[in-house]
Ligand binder design. Structure first.
Ligand SMILES: [Zn+2]
Length: 296
């Protein structure tokens, strides 16, 4: 079955300050990231961490999508991973995968974080529209949260602070969470410096608490001296919409000559979904049916 898992604990919580000039979101996605790392049969701390960070980043990005909008986060780095792809939408549905780099090929200079240098792109698409808004920034620091902070400033012209924390131990994920605090139109200099001070605060929160992930606790801590109201609380769902029908439709794109070549081999064709590691098997007779549809 394609990936589907609705966590009881994972959610995002959005809020806005009473002044209306600061908005924030906190995400916890530990169970969802664990679900995907198991589906992809990952057992290495480095890649589990990379996938979990990217999933939290994707959810933070999608939390500000309008209804029926979705985002695609594409990270290409020189560190642990060659790339990471995450799809997420305004309904808090998410899926994703990373392509790990063989350990001997990982070259990260001392002053750069584990993602290395590269590119970070965000495609924002409205449902059933094919013209995405694309924002691309260089991956400069190799720390996903810092580079995302730069993304919001550069690509969306919004002063932000992003924090992502993922803890793994012995090949299993202990915690995956994050937050975004942003200045809204009308924000004062004071608001902006308040936002900037939060990256340090996030670190202290984790050093001083052994509590389970709870986005509301994190927001209360981060915004302790502000009055704020909760705008939305949404459960996160691991969801991949792949299906045998979609796989067949994508096979049609390779063209008749290629399909005929596959058919003549007489073997069952195996196709894996990158996003959820679901395996699909297509028989030669199904390939024949597909070829027929090309000649209505
Ligand atoms: Zn899938």
């Amino acid at each position: 079955m394609p990936a589907y898992f609705k966590s009881q604990n994972d959610k995002w919580v959005k809020c806005i300050s009473a002044s209306g000039t600061i908005r924030a979101i906190a995400v916890s996605a530990t169970e969802t990231a664990t679900f995907f790392s198991k589906r992809h049969q990952m057992n290495d701390d480095g890649t589990i961490k990379a996938l979990s960070e990217a999933l939290v980043a994707g959810l933070i990005l999608s939390s500000y999508c309008k209804a029926e909008e979705k985002i695609n986060l594409n990270i290409q780095g020189s560190g642990w991973c060659k790339h990471a792809i995450i799809d997420a939408n305004a309904d808090a549905e998410v899926r994703g995968y990373v392509v790990a780099r063989p350990k001997e090929e990982v070259k990260i200079s001392k002053d750069v974080g584990p993602w290395g240098i590269g590119l970070l792109s965000v495609l924002r698409t409205k449902h059933q529209e094919n013209k995405p808004y694309i924002g691309t920034v260089p991956l400069l620091t190799g720390h996903l949260a810092k580079d995302l902070t730069f993304y919001w400033l550069q690509s969306e012209q919004v002063q932000s602070a992003v924090g992502i924390e993922v803890i793994t131990q012995g090949g299993s994920l202990q915690r995956a969470e994050g937050f975004l605090i942003q200045a809204m139109p009308g924000a004062t200099e004071q608001d902006i410096s308040y936002i900037e001070s939060h990256l340090r605060k996030f670190q202290q929160f984790r050093e001083n608490t052994a509590e389970q992930d709870n986005p509301k606790n994190l927001l209360s801590y981060l915004l302790e001296d502000q009055t704020f109201s909760i705008l939305e609380e949404k459960q996160i769902t691991a969801h991949c919409p792949c299906s045998l029908d979609r796989v067949k439709r994508s096979l049609l794109l390779i063209g008749e000559a290629e399909l005929t070549a596959i058919f003549s081999e007489g073997q069952q064709t195996e196709i894996n979904c990158d996003f959820c590691s679901e395996k699909y098997f297509i028989s030669p007779s199904q390939i024949k049916e597909l070829i027929k549809t090309l000649h209505p």
